[in-house]
Write a protein that binds this ligand. Structure first.
Ligand code: MRU
Length: 341
């Protein structure tokens, strides 16, 4: 397979490598993802994360496995294992449906390689299109609050919500970005803070609990977030804490935008209630661990509730910015996502 490089995925010498998103930004370690089990372990540990990136990494590995001579039956097993690696982001399922179709043909090796490469190219284009569609919604001198990480680390391109922010900043429209740290795994504090700093975009890191006070002070002009799944009624699953921001934005009359590629839409999920929400290990909130070390602060054996995502009802969303353009609340009420492909 051809050499390939995105911010956090790489193919060299017919091997998939991932940039360890657990270790960033202190360490930039490229780790091999040579087998299904290895990639699934990286996905579970969020070394590979972000809705689009999970699907792309799984598709690339399958294409490489096909090239390396894995049987069609074993490829089906690998695909099913990868598909079950994380339940909430539907991009994984959508990408793997396409890889499965490629796998079912006679010339499946070439078909799978072509499909995986196409998915990468398409994702780059989706990000550019989202950035172009979203930028007109950003007013001059905006102070934008964002949550989790939706940038180049989470996609093959410039990102979704962070792609809009970066593009709007290049056009001189962004004064400041508030980066919510994103509990429990600090995707904002580690990854978004790093991406924005690398680009020289003015930003300040806040804890998630500071958003209300900032909005009350009139210091937030808009909230931009990504999505892991958009239901047919426009409800959106995204990183835990997104819903709180939407409620706060609604109360303070701050526009709340969701940016995502069309591969995040699941018209078979009638509402957010049907979106499966991943539950994660207790250790993620009884302490922290990363390249900086590990510490536990909670009492040993404490009972923990740790959902990775929450659902923001459509009624709290000012606009859904897709690669195909902006979708308004009225269009959503009229069934836009119900008929989306
Ligand atoms: O658990 P994560 O870090 O994979 O969660 C990521 C998010 O919630 C993102 O906002 C979403 O996947 C969109 S990434 C372009």
């Amino acid at each position: 397979m051809q050499t390939l490089q995105t911010t956090s995925l790489r193919i060299t010498d017919n091997q998939l490598w991932i940039l360890d998103q657990q270790a960033l930004p202190q360490e930039k370690n490229w780790l091999p993802a040579a087998t299904t089990d290895q990639l699934v372990a990286h996905i579970h540990a969020l070394r590979v994360r972000g809705a689009p990136l999970i699907g792309l990494s799984a598709s690339l590995l399958l294409a490489l496995q096909a090239e390396q001579g894995m049987s069609q039956q074993a490829l089906h097993t690998s695909l099913a294992t990868l598909r079950a690696s994380r339940p909430t982001a539907v991009n994984l399922m959508n990408n793997l449906d396409r890889m499965k179709q490629a796998l079912e043909g006679t010339d499946y090796i070439n078909a799978m390689v072509r499909e995986a490469q196409r998915l990468i190219e398409e994702d780059r284009q989706l990000c550019d299109n989202i950035a172009h569609a979203g930028t007109p919604l950003v007013n001059a001198d905006s102070r934008i609050l964002t949550h989790c990480n939706t940038g180049g680390l989470a996609t093959a391109g410039s990102g979704t919500a962070l792609g809009v922010i970066s593009h709007a900043w290049q056009q001189g429209k962004v004064q400041h970005v508030w980066v919510g740290e994103t509990r429990p795994l600090l995707q904002g504090g580690r990854l978004t803070a790093w991406e924005l700093t690398e680009k020289g975009i003015p930003c300040q890191l806040i804890t998630d609990s500071m958003a209300a006070a900032l909005m009350a002070e009139g210091q937030v002009d808009a909230v931009w977030v990504g999505a892991d799944r958009i239901a047919a009624n426009g409800d959106v699953a995204n990183k835990i804490g997104t819903y709180s921001l939407a409620v706060l934005a609604h109360y303070h009359r701050v526009p709340f935008y969701v940016a995502a590629p069309h591969t995040t839409i699941d018209r078979h999920c009638l509402s957010g209630k049907e979106i499966p929400i991943e539950q994660r290990a207790a250790s993620e909130i009884t302490g922290v661990s990363g390249s900086f070390g590990a510490v536990q602060w909670a009492p040993e054996g404490i009972s923990v509730h740790n959902p990775a995502f929450d659902v923001t009802p459509a009624a709290l969303i000012s606009g859904w910015v897709l690669d195909t353009g902006c979708v308004t609340p009225q269009q959503v009420t009229e069934g836009f996502f119900r008929s989306a492909e």
